[in-house]
Design a protein around this ligand. Structure first.
Ligand code: SF4
Ligand code: SF4
Length: 358
C-alpha cells in the first residue's frame, strides 16, 4: 500500500489545556511573580504585569455523580468566572480576578455542604486509587477508607494547624498505584493466594503467571490431571501480583487482607531527595464501613506530628530528625519483626533512587 493511501493515525489523549484556562492565566502564562495565602483554601497569584488571580480550592468526593458535578459547575458560572480545574487530589478549583467575589463563592459552596481548604500547612485531600470500580486487582474499597478518614480530618483540611502540609494517599492493591505520601494507607495481604485448580487451565496463561512472581514462588503443576500452578508458600511474600493475570489465584480475603500505614514518602526533589515511605503499622483490620482502627492510627500520627515537629518540617523530615525509635515511643505504636524489610531481592531489583539504570 502506498504511503498516501494509509489511514492517518487517530490521535486521542488529553486535549490542549490552554483552551480551558482562565483568560488571565493564559495572558500571564509563565509570568507569575509570587503568591500569597489570604485564608485557608484560597491562593492569590500576582503576575509580573500586576494582574492578580484568586484560586478557591474545594474538596470533592472524586467519583462525582452528575448532580454534584452540575451543582459545582453552576456555582462556578454564577459565583466565579466560569472556569474550573480538578487537581490530582480531587479538589475542584475556581478562579476569580475580582477579590470581592471570593467570599460569596466560598459561602455558596459551604451552603451546599462543600468544604473549602487544603492549602498551605493543612491536611490536603487524600489522593486515592479506586480499583473497586475499574481495576482487576483491588483488595479494598479505597473510596470508603478515604471518605471515613476525611470525615474525621475535615477540621484539619479547613485550617492551617499542621507544621507543614500533609499529603495522605491510599492504595487499594499492594503493588501498583498509590504513590509516596507523608502518610499512606495501603492494602496488605497476609496469606498466599488460594488456587482454584479447576479454573487455572481455562483462564490463565501459565508462563506469564510464573514470570509475574517477584520471588519465583510459582511453579507449573498437574492437579487432578489438569494443568495448574502451585505456590511455594515459604517464598511467597503475599504481594498479589499473580492475581491480575490469573484470577483463580484468589488472594483477597475478608479476614486476611488487612490495611497497613506507611509514612515519610516524598515524590518531589525540591528540598531533598525523594524518599520511600516506611511501614509503621501493619495488619490493621480492613473494617468497613468506617475503618475506625486505620483512622485512629492516622489521627494519632498526626497528633504527635503536630505537637512535636518544628515549623515547616514534613512528616518524613520530622521522623528523620527525632529518629525512628523516638517515633514509636511518641506514638506508642508497636514495633514488630514485620517492620524490618529483610527481603534482599529488593536491593538488586527495585529502584531506590531517581537515577536511571541500564
Ligand atoms: S491501587 Fe491497584 S487495584 Fe487500586 S486502582 Fe491502582 S492498580 Fe488498581
Ligand atoms: S502473591 Fe506474589 S509472591 Fe505470592 S505467589 Fe503470587 S506473585 Fe508470587
Amino acid at each position: 500500500m502506498a504511503m498516501a493511501d494509509m489511514r492517518p493515525p487517530i490521535e486521542s489523549g488529553c486535549p490542549d489545556g490552554f483552551q480551558y484556562m482562565h483568560p488571565a492565566m493564559r495572558r500571564n502564562f509563565g509570568l507569575w511573580k509570587y503568591h500569597t495565602d489570604p485564608r485557608p483554601g484560597v491562593l492569590r497569584h500576582v503576575a509580573e504585569s500586576s494582574e492578580e488571580i484568586f484560586t478557591v480550592k474545594c474538596g470533592t468526593q472524586r467519583i462525582l455523580d452528575i448532580f454534584s458535578l452540575r451543582e459545582l459547575t453552576s456555582i462556578g458560572d454564577e459565583f466565579a468566572d466560569g472556569y474550573i480545574r480538578f487537581t490530582i487530589r480531587s479538589n475542584i478549583e475556581y478562579y476569580v480576578t475580582d477579590e470581592s467575589k471570593v467570599e460569596p463563592l466560598i459561602n455558596a459552596l459551604e451552603s451546599k455542604g462543600y468544604v473549602v481548604g487544603g492549602t498551605k500547612n493543612s491536611v490536603a485531600a487524600i489522593s486515592h486509587t479506586q480499583g473497586w470500580l475499574h481495576c482487576d486487582i483491588p483488595g479494598t474499597d479505597a473510596s470508603g477508607v478515604v471518605k471515613s478518614m476525611m470525615d474525621e480530618l475535615i477540621g484539619e483540611f479547613k485550617a492551617w494547624n499542621m507544621p507543614n502540609r500533609v499529603h495522605i494517599t491510599t492504595s487499594c492493591c499492594q503493588i501498583n498505584c498509590g504513590g509516596q505520601g507523608d502518610i499512606a494507607i495501603n492494602i496488605q495481604h497476609t496469606k498466599p493466594p488460594k488456587i482454584d485448580h479447576a479454573q487455572v487451565s481455562n483462564v490463565c496463561e501459565r508462563p506469564s503467571v510464573v514470570a509475574r512472581c517477584p520471588v519465583a514462588a510459582i511453579r507449573p503443576a498437574m492437579v487432578d490431571g489438569k494443568a495448574s500452578l502451585e505456590v511455594d508458600e515459604k517464598k511467597c511474600i503475599c504481594c498479589g501480583a499473580c492475581f491480575p493475570p490469573c484470577p483463580p489465584m484468589m488472594i483477597n480475603d475478608a479476614e486476611h487482607s488487612k490495611l497497613a500505614v506507611w509514612i515519610g514518602g516524598n515524590h518531589s526533589n525540591a528540598r531533598g531527595k525523594p524518599t520511600f515511605q516506611k511501614l509503621v503499622a501493619s495488619a490493621i483490620p480492613n473494617n468497613p464501613p468506617r475503618w475506625p482502627e486505620a483512622a485512629g492510627i492516622v489521627k494519632l500520627i498526626l497528633k504527635c506530628y503536630k505537637e512535636d515537629a518544628r515549623d515547616w518540617e514534613r512528616v518524613g523530615e520530622w521522623v528523620e530528625r527525632i529518629g525512628w525509635p523516638r517515633f514509636f515511643e511518641l506514638t506508642g505504636l508497636p514495633f514488630t519483626k514485620y517492620h524490618i524489610d529483610n527481603w534482599r531481592g529488593a536491593r538488586a531489583s527495585l529502584n531506590a533512587s531517581t537515577h536511571i539504570r541500564f
